[in-house]
Design a binder for this molecule. Structure first.
Ligand SMILES: Nc1ncnc2c1ncn2[C@@H]1O[C@H](COP(=O)(O)OP(=O)(O)O)[C@@H](O)[C@H]1O
Ligand SMILES: [Mg+2]
Length: 254
């Protein structure tokens, strides 16, 4: 059975739009042509995982199924890293899992995404180094808040989304709850300021959009101008209003 792009990246992002990042998609593809380990770096919520997923999704056809994503955030113990990677490459069997994996991928052409390497940094770096050394046709696209520091690693730092892409993400995510939402012209400047205040961080923009209905854009701006934007991505740091906005900018829901 043919492996689809959705099989590769799982169902995590299915159903939500992907915006912007055209230059980054092209740049990562170019780097992957020149380096066997490319690490997308950036702060939490900046869109590293999503960018890697979209790169592999777009390459899926040419890879003909020889690709897989290991979501290392799912591991709690260092030993689980190799198990997750083995599952991502479709390997089964016994023996020492680390050596078996290197043996399994030796001589195979494979594109492996190692996602969230900062979570178990030493194990991920160790495995990446051994796969690069032992498997000449394996290419690794890693995501990590910090470099793996493996020989030959090519870094690709990303920042938040800019301008139109940030506003498009905000608008698309508001529409998840309010499908008829249209960003009115007079709201655009507020949305733009909101996205800039959040440094264009996709995760923060998604959280802000999910809070829009109860708050209203104007109220949201007020809170964000007094709160630390990064508080938005802390699970217990979500801000809530104490009172209704006196004069909210009305949403253009029809
Ligand atoms: N370019 C983008 N278009 C649409 N959604 C995005 C984009 N970049 C990130 N997201 C979304 O923002 C959230 C955070 O992105 P993620 O890739 O998980 O960040 P990171 O891996 O850097 O922590 C996810 O829900 C993701 O789907
Ligand atoms: Mg991630």
């Amino acid at each position: 059975m043919q492996t689809t792009a959705e099989d590769l990246v799982g169902a995590r992002t299915t159903g939500t739009s992907f915006v912007g990042r055209r230059d980054e998609l092209a740049a990562v593809r170019t780097l992957l042509g020149a380096s066997r380990l490319v690490t997308i770096t950036g702060s939490g919520g900046s869109g590293k995982t999503r960018l890697a997923e979209e790169v592999v999704r777009r390459l899926a056809r040419s890879l003909d199924g020889d690709a897989g994503v290991a979501y290392l955030a799912d591991a709690t113990e260092p030993d689980e890293v190799v198990d997750l990677v083995a599952a991502a490459v479709g390997m089964r069997g016994g023996g020492d899992p680390h050596d078996a994996l290197v043996g399994y991928l030796r001589g195979r052409r494979f594109m492996l995404v190692l996602d969230n390497c900062e979570h178990l940094h030493a194990s991920a770096a160790n495995l990446a180094r051994d796969l690069l050394a032992g498997c000449p046709d394996v290419t690794i696209l890693a995501t990590s808040r910090r470099p793996l520091l493996v020989p030959g690693e090519q870094l690709f730092p990303i920042e938040g989304l800019r301008d139109d892409a940030a506003i498009a993400l905000f608008t698309d995510r508001v529409r998840l709850a309010s499908p008829s939402f249209v960003l009115a012209d007079e709201q655009r400047a507020i949305a733009d300021a909101l996205c800039q205040r959040l440094d264009g961080m996709p995760l923060a923009i998604e959280l802000a959009a999910s809070r829009l209905r109860p708050l209203g854009l104007a109220a949201q701006m007020r809170f964000l101008s007094s709160a630390k934007p990064h508080a938005l991505i802390e699970p217990d740091g979500l801000w809530m209003p104490e009172s209704e906005d006196a004069n909210p900018v009305k949403l253009a829901c029809k």
